[in-house]
Design a protein around this ligand. Structure first.
Ligand code: PLP
Length: 222
């Protein structure tokens, strides 16, 4: 059995960050990012009461999670990595939330699949707040119109926005920019904050923090 020291420490730090920000800790959803870690590590967290998990690849999640769901039907699985349209059907069948909706073509196919499979998957629109060429996400100036189109044209259940600030940069301006965009679009949820910066994300209003290495330990190099 793998220990849960990381999970315990992260829970305590979330509580502390919420209190420091005058926020209700229950408004902050901890997504344990289990990518590259075996199912046993997920089971250990499940035994400790953790229910929200994040994976960044459809194939890896498909190999790990269906068996775990049989034992824990209330488990919630979040796709946090980029999604190719040829994997959209499988993603709709597997995940409860998708944090990487970032383009019209993907919105259209997700809508078609949700109808076809009669499944509602919560969507977060990913915003490329750092305008990084290599990074997924819609440009900030296009975010508001894209959210409107997701709702009106495709009737997608958009619940929030997601961002990954540029590596090495101060993440706080990115968190604040994402919050402002969410307010403008009347979206209640903000998926932001990782192992290195989640207390700052909570101070800026994060409702969903995506935390991997602080819970499960360092990942093997890709
Ligand atoms: C891997 C990953 C995380 C978790 O990263 P850690 O630094 O290990 O907490 C969060 N969000 C996304 C999109 C990721 O790919």
């Amino acid at each position: 059995m793998i220990g849960n020291n990381g999970l315990t420490a992260v829970r305590a730090a979330i509580l502390q960050a919420a209190q420091a920000a005058g926020r209700n800790p229950n408004d902050i959803n901890l997504i344990a990012v289990s990518k590259t870690h075996p199912a046993d590590a997920v089971r250990s967290a499940l035994l400790a009461g953790q229910r929200n998990f994040g994976e960044n690849r459809v194939q890896e999640a498909a190999a790990k999670f269906p068996a775990l769901r049989l034992d824990y039907p209330d488990l919630r699985l979040h796709l946090i990595g980029p999604l190719q349209t040829n994997k959209a059907a499988e993603a709709v069948g597997l995940f409860d939330a998708i944090h990487s909706l970032d383009r019209p073509k993907l919105a259209a196919i997700l809508a078609t699949e949700m109808t076809k499979q009669n499944r509602k998957v919560d969507c977060f629109v990913q915003v490329n707040t750092g305008l990084e060429a290599q990074k997924a996400g819609i440009d900030p100036q296009d975010a508001e119109a894209f959210v409107i189109a997701c709702r009106q044209t495709w009737a997608l259940p958009v619940v929030g926005l997601m961002c990954i600030p540029p590596a090495g940069a101060n993440p706080v301006p990115h968190f604040i920019a994402l919050r402002e965009l969410a307010i403008r679009s009347s979206l209640p949820y903000l998926s932001m904050g990782m192992s290195g910066d989640y207390p700052a994300a909570i101070a800026a209003g994060a409702t969903h923090v995506r935390i991997g290495s602080a819970i499960f330990g360092v990942r093997p190099a890709a």
